[in-house]
Design a protein around this ligand. Structure first.
Ligand SMILES: [Zn+2]
Length: 79
């Protein structure tokens, strides 16, 4: 798995929605790639912040904006 694959799976990874076989590949990559580890951490922390500040939860629209921004910065990391 490459950085661009991680970026693609990021949302499902953070939500815990990845199929086991993809999850294993993703974790293998994360173990060897500090950039992607940071990206995942940033996304998780940001989502947690949103959840704390809003009792209902993050809206899908919010989340896709957020994800787009993080994917954009991840692409720069990995370029
Ligand atoms: Zn990576």
């Amino acid at each position: 798995m490459k950085c661009e694959d991680i970026v693609q799976y990021l949302s499902d990874y953070v939500d815990g929605d990845l199929p086991v076989e993809i999850l294993e590949e993703a974790e293998k990559h994360l173990a060897s790639c500090p950039n992607c580890t940071t990206t995942v951490k940033t996304l998780r922390e940001t989502i947690n912040l949103y959840k704390k500040s809003c009792k209902t939860c993050i809206t899908p629209e919010h989340k896709s904006n957020l994800l787009a921004a993080i994917q954009e910065s991840a692409r720069h990391h990995c370029a």
